[in-house]
Design a protein around this ligand. Structure first.
Ligand code: ADP
Length: 343
């Protein structure tokens, strides 16, 4: 009942209490009824106004000031409006504002903790990825120095292995650079209109030798082989196609087939890259676009994967304000579908 009393109520109850005490004291002095009543009314009226004045001017004004400050800090961030809406109950206002403020701070702290965890994980992953090729190179060089240098066949073999590890580090650094740029939001898009079918044919040609190594064939889905003009950043779309097609070779089967299909979807074009490879278990699909997430770690490393390819693809597609999805069946194959804006 005593919770959330207004200043007027507090002044009223206090004035009643004071008049009761004064009343008892007056009775002790055996005054007559008129004097008794007059003193009570006078004391009640005077103390009510004194308490109300004291509360308003010394306490509630200060609380209102605190409330105004909190409110202006918040609105300053939002739109620069410094006029809070005050109701008759400043204590309730302050309490609500403080609770809201604490909630905001908690969310901010949670986000910062998440970012810190993310940063630590990222650093851990980077050093882990760099460790293997660096230790390999170290091993090859030590073996060469220990005498393998004298045997021509052996030393060429070790040098080739060292070169492969260096390539791996170079790819990792390139991918890390790409992801850092994408995540820092520094990416500037150069939008142009072009035929996506042409671009796909170019990417098919550029990956031909890699596909031949695993006897993978590329094709356009029957009935969808028409020019489709899109509005996008051509170099970035090329990167997306290279990453998806390279994955279809890396995780496809020898003698497999990768097909690209185009589907008209009103404002957008849907581009689907389908392979008939290993497939991915459902439980992995939701995490596939995370940095360094791999389903089969050893296969990815064997194939020279960094675990960043799909994460880069997702960032690039989101920079176009478009979406990507994946569906897969074990032993049947995998389809990645993404949209681009029609020109
Ligand atoms: P990586 O460099 O390891 O290939 P990605 O980010 O490109 O990294 O892919 C993440 C993981 O997703 C891969 O390690 C692989 O396990 C799985 N993956 C990607 N594409 C395919 C695919 N077409 N078929 C089967 N698995 C795939």
């Amino acid at each position: 009942m005593t919770k959330n009393l207004t200043p007027k109520e507090i002044a009223l109850y206090t004035a009643l209490l004071v008049s009761a005490i004064v009343g008892v004291i007056t009775l002790l002095f055996k005054t007559n009824w008129i004097e008794f009543l007059a003193s009570i009314v006078l004391v009640f009226g005077a103390s009510y106004f004194v308490f109300l004045y004291a509360l308003e001017f010394f306490i509630y004004r200060k609380i209102k000031l605190v409330y105004k400050n909190i409110h202006s800090l918040k609105t300053q961030k939002a739109d620069g409006n410094l006029n809070p809406i005050l109701t008759n109950d400043p204590i309730a206002n302050v309490s609500k504002e403080v609770m809201d403020w604490a909630d905001d701070k908690k969310t901010e702290i949670d986000q910062l903790k998440k970012l810190e965890k993310f940063r630590k994980e990222f650093l851990g992953n980077v050093s882990h990825e760099l460790k293997t090729p660096i230790f390999n190179i170290q091993g090859y060089i030590l073996t060469l120095l220990d005498g393998a240098l004298d045997d021509k066949e052996v030393h060429v073999h070790f040098l080739k292995k060292a070169a492969k590890s260096i390539d791996r580090i170079a790819t990792l650094v390139e991918d890390l650079e790409a992801i850092t740029q994408l995540e820092s939001g520094e990416l500037t898009m150069e939008m142009e209109t072009f035929d996506i079918l042409d671009l796909v044919q170019d990417v098919f040609d550029s990956l031909e030798s890699r596909a031949n190594e695993k006897k993978v064939s590329f094709d356009i889905k029957e009935g969808t082989k028409y020019p489709f003009i899109v509005e996008a950043d051509k170099d970035r779309v090329q990167q997306i196609l290279i990453n998806l097609l390279t994955n279809s070779i890396k995780y496809g089967k020898v003698g497999g087939k990768t097909v690209i299909g185009f589907y008209d979807m009103d404002e957008n074009i849907l581009i689907e890259v389908t392979d008939n490879g290993l497939g991915i278990e459902q439980e992995h699909l939701s995490r596939l676009f995370e940095r360094f997430y791999r389903v089969d770690k050893s296969r990815s490393r064997e194939e020279g994967g960094t675990g960043l390819g799909l994460s880069i693809v997702k960032h690039l597609i989101e920079a176009h304000k478009q979406t990507i999805n994946v569906r897969s069946s074990m032993g049947v194959g995998t389809t990645f579908g993404f949209t681009l804006k029609k020109a």
